[in-house]
Design a protein around this ligand. Sequence first.
Ligand code: PLP
Length: 406
Amino acid sequence: MEFNVDKIRKDFPILSQKVHGHPLAYFDNGATTQKPLQVTETIRRYYEEENASIHRGIHYLSEKSTETYENSRETVRKFLNARSTNEIIFTSGTTGSINTIAFSFGEKYVSSGDEVIVSEMEHHANIVPWQMMCERKGAKLRVIPFNEKGELIMEEYGKLLSDKTKIVAINHVSNTLGTINPVKEIISLAHARNIPVLVDGAQAVQHGKIDVQDLDADFYAFSGHKVYAPNGIGILYGKEELLYDLPPYQGGGDMVDCVSFEKTTYNELPFKFEAGTMNYIGAAGLASALDYISGVGLDNIRDYEHSLLEYATTKLMAIDGLEIYGRSPEKISIISFLLDNIHPYDAGMVLDKLGIAVRTGTHCNQPVMDHFKITGTLRASLVFYNTKDEIDRLYDGILRVIKMFG
Ligand code: PLP
């Protein structure tokens, strides 16, 4: 299928606005992506034609709404190549998905003296829930370090795996360094010792095809809003046999089978993990976003974004005093950088005045900042609606910043 960025940009009206008198160049996609008309239209249509609470009514709208919700689940199943819709749980986002497993798995399987492995490049969302669980259970968090290029040191990972390890939680792609981690290898090493692995896919699903069966991931988490879908919806994939044995995370309506004051029994999968009125409109928006990027073509997206990454990296590296953090050859289109002696906030503010939106700060990756002994970076995260012209403007903007502060 032909990839035409000009045509694609017409699907994202927000991109055609001016900011401070300049055309917007939106490079904050790692934080959240913009939504195509197809997604906003799905949501509008839902509210105008279909809205009713799911799973609870026998009236027409409720049944229609339930059908859309379950069809959305099937769309996600296909997108991830999961075996069954019982393995697809709607959550509020990656954070919600990870907290679900950290709590539920911790309750069932972790006790004093056990260990949980994460990496030094995790987003706080894949550190803190495990840390909280470890504190509760008297377990210990072990950390896989990364090298100066921003690659996980696999020998160290091998050394950390032991009979004490209960679970490994690892990001597929780092949100600051852009590194694509060798998750298949990480999973296979853990499985050799019967240790399950949770993969944080928050920065992976929007950049290329994910196949949870091929990865053999036990749990896989991602957020809707980073994949062109609405905020407040996310996915927890889990192997059915593992989810079946885990206790529910939250109690409430819909996740129950039978409730009495003496004893409550729980609903079957996947509903056991979906307590309360779920974000069914967000689920429909997510399905619509996944259909949209599948229509654009995940291979097209991967190839085009890679060409943007190469173009931007070559241009930015030519700037005197600019340092890029994260130089793994296996990388998605995220570029974190600093300018010699210039505070990232100062640089970010000048770029904003030129209509260029980059992220500044620690990106919820304080351990990564500590590794490099820095307080933050500028981050340009590029996706398939960005253009080389926008990268040229970023380059010119950085030269202007250096002229002002350098
Ligand atoms: N994991 C990674 C790698 C992320 O980049 C993010 C968000 O930036 C998260 C987890 C948390 O995602 P959310 O805030 O949507 O739950």
